[in-house]
Design a protein around this ligand. Structure first.
Ligand code: 26W
Length: 786
């Protein structure tokens, strides 16, 4: 028994709750185990080597549930289970603990995977973000419609974090000053040698209670400062569109960017005083998309105003310190702010943006770029501030997140900048942490792997290649099939518990899980299901292998069309799941409240991973990697990291279909979806279900609008701007091909195995090392995980 851990847990229980391990409830145990384990992690970690440190500034950290992953990385899982079991409890009791959902999707989850990888490999990387009171909303379905509820992730406390009141800083806006109070969360590397920190800032009032107003009997004035301050870190913005609560969003961005930069400068000056000549030798700051880009003028402002550096000197330090990662080419997500609004919220920062803009125009003139050509670079243009341009200009590195995405940045989205600064641009293909996404999420497959090749793969995923010769034997393939079936059953049980829906583990599991967005084409998936359904009913599709079509996705609350797509898929489910002709062959399930925990059940159970975005739209995707690592085939377009997945696993082991980036570029101007719709009766039939009475949208007009988006377009886009009708038939054909191939279960399992065996590239350990070496100029403290 781990006595240190046991006595730690006992002490916390006694001090905090006056209980013993036996008499404590789940919430108390969760708190005590977390606190005791966190304390031990701090105590046992190795001293940090002196040297350069990288800081990852991100508006989102989607860490998920922490208790299992932290105990796993500390090597405490079985110790804890033993302690609990001896007192009549179980580790599985903690499955009711909520996720920490401080992120929307891939960008936030990537940040969490990076922190895990850096700590595992002894890389000095600190995270900086916002401690939202409410994370991403909880989703329920009412009559097939999405309904949102507040996510009270701290309901069971936040026992992993420590409030560091003494490190609070002030953040100033045009009309308000607030206190940023840091909460530190330990980021425990696998093996427990390195513990890094995720520092999340909470916004509080300087004076939470105004006695003067209170005494004058103005009760609401007495607390209004507090309400206005706390609003800043109250909620995560689930919006892809940037047109809501703009001023508050600017405040949020500046709030955590300023607090983080102040923190870094405070740490630096503590040893170096006001000599900033070594600043960029000791700190690298990575900007996770444009959300923290206001950190650039903030650093320049602090150096100029608080430490009397000249503007040019401050600028050069900033340029050497910052690096920028782009995560999307969607125009609507490249942040632009109205200058008029920005200046009222952040007058002191606006001034520096003008100075930077002036420096840019001088530089452009020097390179012979003027007039119209110069305008496309302007940081402030037509009264808008372009945050991505600011990031590219005042940084030394700009990276995309998959090879094809970086090429699109260079040749299209940021091509004029690439012409100016070709050396700044580089690629860092995303990755996922093998600890959470394989070792923890898929115990059956991971113990099989360890049995065959030892556990070195946990910190060096390329080792999975050693299974190549081993797993080809028929008996081994059968074991893989057993493991897959086991994971399917586990998912069936979970879905039954969460949704009250029964699925059979003998079905093919075909899964699409990701944010709901038109470019990700969940609607195309829905049409394809109807195409198959009608084909089976008509008798044109025969010998179809039973398939469960599973969706998980949240739609941004203001994204009307995305919500229409959810309702449509739920309607399809109602029809198909109750049709006795197809009941044994098809099931359609939209799981509710898709989150990290759900993904941990879904990815190990999948046979088919749906990655069907329009070519050129998905920057990378990371869900695609989670499926691959767990042995599913990809049914996908040549978009984002799918390209590299097919390259690594072999195109013959995946199902690649549809238009490529070049194809779309070529046809874009002449594309006519109405012609496709009119000329193909099968396509017409599935699209018409939106309006022919097959389904009801309860009079909301949502389905009509969806159909119009495909055939008529809208004021802001052409008809079918994500080419659903173009790719629909090739998609259905690839899907049916995969379904036929599954009839030979062994041959299909071989494809699945080729995928997970060759997934080594997609470990975030590889990605973070590349950031450390190629962008930050860091070397890892320890090269091995343990
Ligand atoms: C307006 C603010 C805003 C806009 C978009 C906030 C958040 C978002 C998205 C949720 C950003 C996002 O998650 N992007 C995804 O980043 C992943 C990590 O690089 C990529 O794998 C995905 O392709 C990309 O969509």
């Amino acid at each position: 028994m781990n006595e240190q851990l046991r006595s730690g847990i006992e002490q916390v229980l006694l001090f905090d709750f006056g209980r013993t391990i036996k008499s404590a409830d789940t919430r108390m145990l969760y708190s005590a185990i977390s606190k005791a384990a966190a304390a031990l992690s701090y105590k046992n970690a190795e001293e940090k080597p002196a040297g350069k440190k990288a800081c990852y500034l991100s508006a989102e950290f989607l860490v998920g549930r922490l208790i299992y992953s932290n105990l796993f990385n500390l090597g405490f899982l079985s110790d804890t289970e033993e302690i609990l079991a001896a007192n009549g409890h179980s580790l599985s009791d903690f499955e009711e603990i909520e996720d920490d959902a401080l992120g929307n999707g891939g960008l936030g989850r990537l940040a969490a995977c990076f922190l895990d990888s850096a700590a595992t490999h002894g890389i000095a990387l600190g995270g900086y973000g916002i401690r939202y009171k409410y994370g991403l909303f909880k989703q329920k379905f009412e009559n097939g419609f999405q309904k949102e509820y507040a996510d009270d992730w701290q309901a069971f406390g936040d026992p992993w974090s420590v409030r560091r009141e003494e490190l609070s800083v002030k953040v100033r806006f045009g009309d308000q000053t607030v206190l940023a109070v840091p909460y530190d969360m330990p980021i425990i590397g696998y093996g427990g040698k390195t513990v890094n920190t995720l520092r999340l800032w909470q916004s509080e009032a300087e004076n939470s209670f105004d006695f003067d107003s209170f005494n004058k009997n103005k009760r609401s004035d007495a607390v209004s400062e507090r309400i206005r301050a706390e609003e800043i870190s109250a909620t995560l913005y689930p919006n892809d569109e940037t047109d809501y609560g703009k001023a508050l969003r600017i405040k949020q961005e500046y709030f955590f960017s300023s607090a983080s930069i102040q923190d870094i400068v405070r740490e630096y000056t503590a040893t170096h005083g006001s000599d900033f000549s070594r600043f960029s030798d000791l700190y690298a700051v990575q900007l996770n998309d444009t959300h923290p880009v206001v950190a650039i003028p903030e650093l320049i402002r602090i150096l100029a105003e608080d430490y009397d550096l000249g503007f040019d000197e401050a600028f050069e330090i900033a340029r050497k310190t910052f690096a920028y990662t782009n995560h999307t080419v969607m125009a609507e997500a490249l942040e632009k702010w109205y200058a008029g609004l920005f200046v009222t919220v952040l007058p002191q920062i606006y001034k520096y943006i003008i100075l930077i803009d002036y420096k840019l125009s001088t530089y452009l003139r020097g390179r012979g770029i003027r007039g119209k050509e110069a305008k496309q670079y302007a940081l402030i243009s037509e009264n808008m501030i372009h945050m991505a341009r600011l990031a590219v200009f005042v940084s030394h590195s700009v990276n995309g997140v998959a090879e094809i995405h970086t090429e699109i940045l260079k040749n299209d989205a940021l091509k004029e900048w690439y012409a100016l600064y070709p050396d700044k641009f580089n690629n860092k293909t995303n990755g996922i942490t093998p600890r959470r996404w394989l070792a923890l999420a898929n115990p059956a497959l991971s113990s099989y792997i360890t049995e065959k090749i030892g556990d070195g793969w946990i910190t060096d995923l390329e080792k999975l290649k050693q299974l190549e010769g081993i797993i080809s034997a028929p008996s081994e393939i059968n074991r893989f099939i057993e493991i897959k079936n086991h994971n399917k059953q586990r998912l069936c049980d979970y879905i039954e518990k969460m949704e009250g829906i029964k699925l059979g583990s003998n079905f093919i599991f075909d899964i699409q899980i990701k944010r709901l967005h038109e470019y990700k084409r969940q609607l195309m998936n829905a049409f394809s299901i109807l195409y198959i359904y009608f084909g089976i009913k008509d008798g044109t599709i025969k010998n179809f292998n039973p398939t469960a079509f599973i969706f998980g996705a949240k739609a941004a609350p203001g994204y009307y069309r995305a919500k229409g797509i959810i309702k449509f898929i739920n309607e399809i489910g109602n029809l198909i799941n109750s049709d006795k002709d197809t009941k044994e062959l098809m099931k359609v399930v939209f799981v509710s409240n898709y989150n990290v925990t759900y993904a941990e059940y879904l990815t190990p159970a999948a046979d088919i991973s749906e990655q069907i975005s329009t070519a050129g739209t998905e920057a990378s995707g990371t869900g695609n990697m989670k499926f691959m690592v767990n042995g599913a085939v990809t049914l996908g377009t040549l978009d984002g990291a799918n390209v590299e997945i097919a390259e690594q696993a072999g195109e013959e082991n995946n199902y690649i279909f549809g238009a490529r980036v070049e194809d779309i570029g070529r046809i874009a101007d002449s594309y006519n979806p109405v012609e496709i719709y009119e000329n193909n009766p099968l396509i017409k039939r599935v699209v018409d279900t939106l309006t022919d009475g097959t389904f009801s949208d309860e009079g909301t007009g949502m389905f009509e609008e969806l159909k119009a988006s495909l055939l008529k377009g809208a004021s802001w886009h052409k008809p079918d701007n994500y080419y659903i009708l173009l790719d629909l038939i090739p998609y259905c054909e690839a899907r049916l091909r995969a379904n036929r191939d599954y009839s030979d279960r062994t041959a299909f399992a071989r494809k699945c195995c080729a995928n997970f065996i060759n997934s080594g590239k997609f470990s975030s350990d590889r990605t973070i090392r590349q950031y450390a070496e190629e962008i930050w100029g860091l070397t890892s403290g320890t090269d091995e995980g343990n």
